[in-house]
Design a protein around this ligand. Structure first.
Ligand code: DAH
Length: 369
């Protein structure tokens, strides 16, 4: 299905190969350990508050429709997240979910009133230690029954009650995960929640974004087929981001490592500090070119990913200029190669670099210099 040829299909073999792996369900993966930890915390809070428990959903297919991923959530038709340089499409209407929010409406429509939905999500993005085309998110939703509010309470006040509950629960979650940290709330914007907030925690002296959340937008409730006046909250968080900080995992590719020095470090149920082991040596190659008219930097990263797969550690621009006479622009990029689990040979890196140069010319229409 994923390899199916449709003119819109922009899913590389490497990315297609990851679909179905479901790292968030391997009990020894730090992603699963963090996921279960959050699930049990949320359900303990639900129990304390006398609310229905959250249904745990973690096996939904990552292939969703544009309606689920964008339309139902009020993502505007011209929003960048819909573009083929940001999202992996199978066809004009099917894609690899870019966030777990894609399941909000369908789960609510199926009658779920409180759920935690986790899964692998896919985005075309830069290549560096914290970005990988596949990562994992958890989406939380709770709908409030009418009986949760005094009958004459106006809608705005009901929403304020929900927002206050949400902030209280999630601040407690942050302290549960990170220990005695400072937390702060900022107003944010997401098309599917109103109001929307972002939670940050101060960890090792830096403010770290932990999650986005808010009161579910009235239109989203409508798109799920629920009656007007139904209220609730939603939140979404990235499991890699949390696990990297909590376990001290320095590179996002490690989550996919098959090296026993990585795999053997984690036990079900325990958040423990990752003990780094010596890395295999790196090497780098540079490439520079004149830009074509229509150029998206994510496409460059994607070409490198498609050719180099997990051998690439970082892709960074080190020079850029515009020719004063012709007005043409040129960029120079450094590609750093290193495998997490083995050493690389010169020959294989050279071959990959040749392929990258070729694909940059044919796919991106750049002029190599
Ligand atoms: N889907 C958002 C993202 O991927 C995260 C998010 C933000 C989810 C706010 C939510 C929410 O449910 O209310 O960045």
């Amino acid at each position: 299905m994923i390899a199916q040829k449709h003119p819109m299909n922009n899913i590389s073999v490497n990315v297609a190969a990851k679909v179905g792996t479901s790292l968030h369900r391997y009990s020894h993966s730090p992603l699963c350990i963090v996921k279960r930890n959050i699930e049990s915390f949320c359900n303990q809070v639900a129990l304390e508050r006398g609310e229905t428990p959250f249904t745990i959903v973690d096996d939904l297919s990552p292939i969703v429709t544009t309606k689920q991923c964008f339309d139902d959530l009020r993502v505007p038709p011209d929003h960048v997240s819909r573009s083929s340089s940001d999202t992996y499409y199978l066809s004009d209407t099917l894609l690899l979910r870019a966030h777990t929010s894609a399941h909000q409406c369908s789960l609510m429509a199926s009658g779920e009133t409180s759920f935690l939905c986790s899964g692998d999500v896919y985005r075309r993005d830069e290549v560096d230690a914290s970005h990988y085309p596949v990562f994992h998110q958890m989406e939380g939703v709770r709908l409030y029954p009418d009986s949760a509010f005094p009958p004459d309470m106006p809608v705005d006040e009901r929403k304020a009650v929900i927002a206050a509950d949400l902030k209280d629960i999630l601040s407690r979650l942050a302290v549960h995960l990170f220990g005695d940290v400072e937390v702060r709330w900022a107003n944010d914007y997401f098309p599917f929640t109103e109001p929307s907030y972002e939670l940050e925690v101060k960890f090792n002296d830096t403010w770290l974004e932990v999650l986005g959340c808010g009161v579910i937008h009235d239109d989203v409730i409508h798109n799920a087929g629920l009656p007007a006046g139904q209220l609730g909250y939603a939140f979404g968080l990235g499991l890699e981001r949390l696990a990297m900080v909590l376990f001290g995992i320095p590179d996002i590719r490690l989550f996919w490592s098959q090296d026993p020095r990585y795999l053997d470090q984690f036990q079900e149920g325990n958040i423990t500090k990752f003990v780094p082991y010596s890395k295999y040596p790196m090497c780098y190659k540079d490439v520079s070119f004149w830009l074509p008219e229509d150029y998206h930097v994510n496409d460059l990263h994607e070409v490198v990913r498609a050719q180099a797969g997990d051998l690439v550690e970082k892709v960074e621009m080190f020079d850029e200029f515009t020719h004063p006479k012709t007005g043409r622009s040129s960029q120079a990029w450094r590609i750093t190669y290193r495998h997490m689990d083995r050493s690389l040979t010169n020959e294989e890196v050279d071959l990959i670099q040749v392929n990258i140069r070729e694909e940059l010319t044919t796919q991106l229409k750049v002029e190599l210099r």
